[in-house]
Ligand binder design. Sequence first.
Ligand code: C2E
Ligand code: CA
Length: 766
Amino acid sequence: MRKTIGFIIIPILIAYIIASYTFPVMADIISPIYMFLISGIIYLQSRRIENLRIVWKLLALAMLSWGLTDLLWAYISIATNLDPNEMDLFMYLYLITDILLLINAAIYFVKNLDKWNRLQLLLDATVIMIISFALGSALFFSKIDFSEILLADFVGTVVYLSLDILILIIIVTMVASSRYKKIKIAIKYTTVAYIVYVLADLFYIDSYYSMTYVPNSISDIIFMIAFLLFTLSAVTAASDPVDYYDNSETTPNNFGKSKILWWVLIAPVGLYLMGRLSIGHLTAILFTLVIYQVMSHYVQKLLMTEILYIKEHEIKMALEKTITERTKELLISQKELEKRAITDSLTHLYNRDYFIESLNNRLKDKKPFSVAYLDLDRFKIINDLHGHPMGDLVLIEVSKRFSKQLTTDYDIFRVGGDEFAIIIPGNKAKDLEEISQRIIEIMKVPIAIDVFQFTIDASIGFARYPNDALTVSDLVKNADIAMYHAKANGAMTKHVVFSSDLIEQLERRNHIEILLKNADFKTDFELYYQPQFDSNSLEIIGMEALIRWFHTEEGFISPAEFIPIAEEVGLILAINEFVFAEAMLQIKRWNAFYNKDMVMSVNLSPLTLNSVDFYLNLKDLLEITGVNPGYLEFEITEHSAMNSSNIMEDVFRQIKALGFYISIDDFGTGYSSLSYLKRFNVDTLKIAKELIANIELHEDEMQIVKAIIKMSEALGLKIIAEGVETKEQLDILNDLNCHVIQGYYLAKPMTADALEEQFLKKDSKK
Ligand code: C2E
Ligand code: CA
């Protein structure tokens, strides 16, 4: 745009000036072209200006109006015999531009009025008015008889003059009164343009009335220059990224020291020196300026106070804002602290304290509800085998699942290491059944961390309010008891609802624990042996060692009852040592004595496998007893094998490396996945007695057993059927090609002597 101005507008202007002096008709033609171009440029620029766009559009319109008038002028002067200079019409037409420019200046002035201190502005305007009037009259109108002109041409004098003076006052006041802020370059251009325009106008009026006006003479050239300046101001405003119209500042534009005085002084003094101003005029002007200066001083003082007040207010507001922000921050951190106080740092679930607090609140409501206590089964194994960081990851994953899938309906708490609690609204069986079912679903999905996969079951105990307890401590205690029973029941994820006989059971359990701790394994325990037979020949081919405890006061205590307790309290290792040594010596002796190759099965609890010492003990025992390891087979239940990890796999491998056999006990009750059979390199499958029990009654079960046998054959595994109680079962198993039979039908577990008497001596006699 600047280039357009430089290469087109300015040359046209120069051409116009040259034409004015040499070939005025040409100047008449150039002038409207020049104006249309300028109007077009200003209009284009106005579209790029955001604020107060109207001002620039009006400016373009003013230029257009002038151009159209010029065009008419050119037409009349070229095409007709009339002299446009003689026509009053043009006086009115050019007035349109004047009016538009005034409106323009007024709009800008009013829109910006807020940025000025009014009192100072008024004062500035007044002094400028007085001085310019004094100067104006001294310069231009001294030789004109106003009363005559007034009568002769009202528009030419009153309207033109007052418009010009108004424009001048507005523009000059605004610029002259600006002190605080630098005036934007676009505004400077506009101001100069206005001043030049008004001067041209005054010059014209002056020459018009002194009858010296010649068209396309100096005053017209000055107009053209003024219009060029307007164009420049539009271009600058459009390209100035910093907005020339800015409302954010609170300090008034006219606060501070003014240079008005000096500007205003120069002119009258100069004019006086040039002899165009009388001493009287000069004195009057100087006197006005002194009064102005004194008044300004007070206004500025007032302004200062006001600004200080505003600044103070602003500081106060800023301070208040910071205080509110700080308070907010404090509130947030307080909330954070509060949250921390009630949540568990590892899992971000609610903690035990909050659990107790929540229960207390619930009790106040007196509405029925239930508490679930949930404990992860064998979580300790993960911790022991993989270390606590891994345990933590498992806990985090479990908690995540809980909060994702349960927290919408229940409050979940982590109350201890691997213990969680849930508060359930309602205490009906179906409420408890529902959540139990949901937890089963959640836990079903194996937890994958790194290369490991953990299938973790949970045991759940429920205690109901008010049915099972009325106080927080009783509720917690009873839910815990119920959970304990759920855990002791073994097998899969399960729940137990509290009932008073659970307490009796618990007491019994604690009693057995005490008895166990006081027992002397060597004298109190005995091994029984249950023979295993070849189904065809019914010849004994092996036996399972089963521990027996006959307590002097309690009588017979089932291993199904005390083995889990022994596992829990850590006595299982001592029991194992007793069982292993006894079983090894026994089978060594029997096989040697009766010249047989029978295999002795020994039960292994999963906890045993996790013990680091297990393998070393076994190795020691092997050396001490000198038994052939091929005579021994270790049984591990399907369920614990499923849950075992890679480390267990290593132990299995070590057992195998020593030469022992491995069998999977209770096969068919748990997961039917067989992948681990391969993984653990097992030798034998023992079909669970639960499956055998119904084999002659239910086709389904028969088919399952059949499938297991088929598959074992394919995998090259030995098969033992457990719990065979009838001849029918034996026959079916025979048909299905299962050749090793264990069960009451052929023999119950018995003492070594009894077994020897009934099966070995008899055999050897044969
Ligand atoms: P298990 O390993 O499943 O042992 C088989 C159980 O079934 C034995 O019960 C046995 O007496 C019983 N049984 C055998 N044939 C039949 C039958 O035809 N019908 C029925 N209904 N039952 C039959 P027991 O001796 O009471 O042992 C219970 C559990 O205690 C065992 O289950 C085993 O898990 C554990 N156990 C026994 N002795 C030991 C031991 O020395 N160490 C370890 N760690 N656990 C042992
Ligand atoms: Ca067994």
